[in-house]
Design a protein around this ligand. Structure first.
Ligand code: 5GP
Length: 194
């Protein structure tokens, strides 16, 4: 999506360790006008799918997912992160490894808000190694919900997450795919999209 790529070129900052900072429009300050355009693009790309729920993970997915939910006119559920083991019969629980923080944590979704009647669109800000998405996919599987697709704002195409998801036959729509980036020059290259 050209609008998002241009914004990343203009305001994104490449940090050492393959981290792209987009704090000024996605991860800290949020540009809701941009999120609305992204939501419309996902609505177009998933127009054939019977989506009745948006699923994301706290914290940085929530802002985008909320705007997407309004565009699709369906509820949004965010998986909660928890430090303590909470093997509660009321919740679906799984473990995720964090790329940015380098540690494991639990994610939880209440059985009240996800079930076999749901056709889910998963939304997140970044896709790197795919650990966060694998956790969310596991939770939808536990719930017996159908995953209709995954919408990602920024995929880092040089990490393996995108390939792992596409290999599973899931429709993955990343609005910007970073092919390479350089923390010394600040240069960012995107994969060509249609
Ligand atoms: P994964 O689980 O795919 O390895 O990483 C996905 C999560 O890590 C995203 O939800 C995002 O919060 C964070 N993340 C991974 N790479 C980056 C990055 O380059 N920049 C930012 N801002 N977040 C990242």
């Amino acid at each position: 999506m050209r609008l998002l790529e241009e914004r990343i070129q203009r305001d994104g900052i490449v940090r050492a360790g393959n981290v792209l900072k987009v704090d000024s429009f996605i991860n800290h300050q949020m540009d809701i006008g941009l999120f609305e355009e992204m939501a419309k693009e996902w609505k177009r790309r998933f127009s054939e799918k019977p989506i009745n729920k948006i699923l994301t993970i706290e914290a940085s997915g929530i802002g985008i997912a909320a705007i997407v939910a309004r565009e699709f006119q369906v509820p949004v559920v965010f998986a909660k992160k928890s430090q303590s083991i909470n093997l509660d019969a009321d919740n679906f629980v799984t473990k995720i490894r964090s790329f940015t923080h380098g540690r494991e944590y639990e994610v939880i979704v209440s059985r009240k808000f996800l079930g076999s009647e749901d056709h889910v669109l998963i939304i997140d800000d970044f896709l790197a190694n795919g650990c966060a998405l694998m956790g969310l996919l596991e939770i939808t599987q536990m719930a017996g919900a159908a995953v209709e697709g995954i919408g990602i704002a920024v995929e880092k195409g040089f990490q393996e997450g995108g390939r792992l998801i596409r290999e599973r036959g899931i429709q993955l729509e990343s609005l910007a795919i970073v092919e390479s980036m350089d923390d010394e020059t600040g240069e960012i290259h995107f994969r060509a999209q249609e």
